[in-house]
Design a protein around this ligand. Sequence first.
Ligand code: SF4
Length: 375
Amino acid sequence: MSGIYIHIPFCRKNCSYCDFYFSLNKKHEPDFFNALRTELALRKNELQNELIETIYLGGGTPSYASLEQLERVFYWIYTSLPVAPHAEITLEANPEDLNPAVLEKWKSLGINRLSIGVQSFEDKYLQLLNRSHTSKKVFEGLSYARRAGFENISIDLIYGIPGMDLTEWEKQIDYFLDLSIPHLSGYALTVEKGTLLHHQVKKGIIRMPEDEIFEEMFFLLIDKLEKAGYSHYEISNWAKPGMESKHNRSYWLGKKYAGFGPSAHSYDGLTIRKWNKPNLHQYIKNITEGNPWYETEKLSEKDRFNELIMTRLRTDVGVDNKHIKLKFPAYYDFFKQTATKLLHENKLIYENDFWRIPRHAKFITDGIIEEFFVV
Ligand code: SF4
């Protein structure tokens, strides 16, 4: 078992770029947590025979959840499931929720890793993204987290925010480096349909930067973090040695995981994928009334091939040539031909039987992956 993912969907504000499943209506929190515990209990058998090595509370904003409710969930987990003694237990937190009392409580629940949604160290960008925190809260919150003894900390930063130039982005990276935080998730701002940002861009209220700016920012991030001793272990993730996210790493390596809460996905590590419908009311209602709250899909060989290429080429592990030959013989010739073509185009490297994307081609990772897609 790789781990458990729990989706806690409540947020204070709708960040302008966000297309995750979330709800601004916290009055449903008690019903949600009752339904969540029921789901955990109903699916207990899926989780009992293997040691749980990682638990990840994502959202939404899990740090916004009431302590009493979190305490009840953890009590259920620890008393019902085989959790490994040194399991990685991550909580996604927003800076405005970090204070000494709450951090102590999270520690006492066994939470040992924080993934903090900083996004930017500058108020003007935080406002543009409609975040609910200020830069003051970021610095304050990070220092509280450190003082409470959290060492395994990751932050998210966004680049390509309208109005941000390369010098300003460098300043953001320097803030991160000065804080000596061991893990970074760095994302390009993307305009997803249905978001406030999409509306603003469509109406001409906001103009997104050109592609070249994104590329320059991405390579500046790679350069600076590499020099500072971080490994670029996944296209959007950097870590100091030994500080990679075990939970996310196992998604990318195709291990088994179980997701709970609205919109959460599960995978049996072989062929079955399951996902909970992204609707809080239906989730609560269906679970309470004993109706199905999820959908299931059996992955075909083609789906598994596409997924493997997509996840592995995004990581520093790369694609194992022998594995493709052995597990996907029907696609091996196509794979080898495509990989060889990309090797000649300087878009792939081949070392010790593994195919990887070289540093200079990482900005076009999605395009490279597409070449392998079997439709
Ligand atoms: S806090 Fe996170 S999940 Fe909630 S709206 Fe903002 S980005 Fe989305």
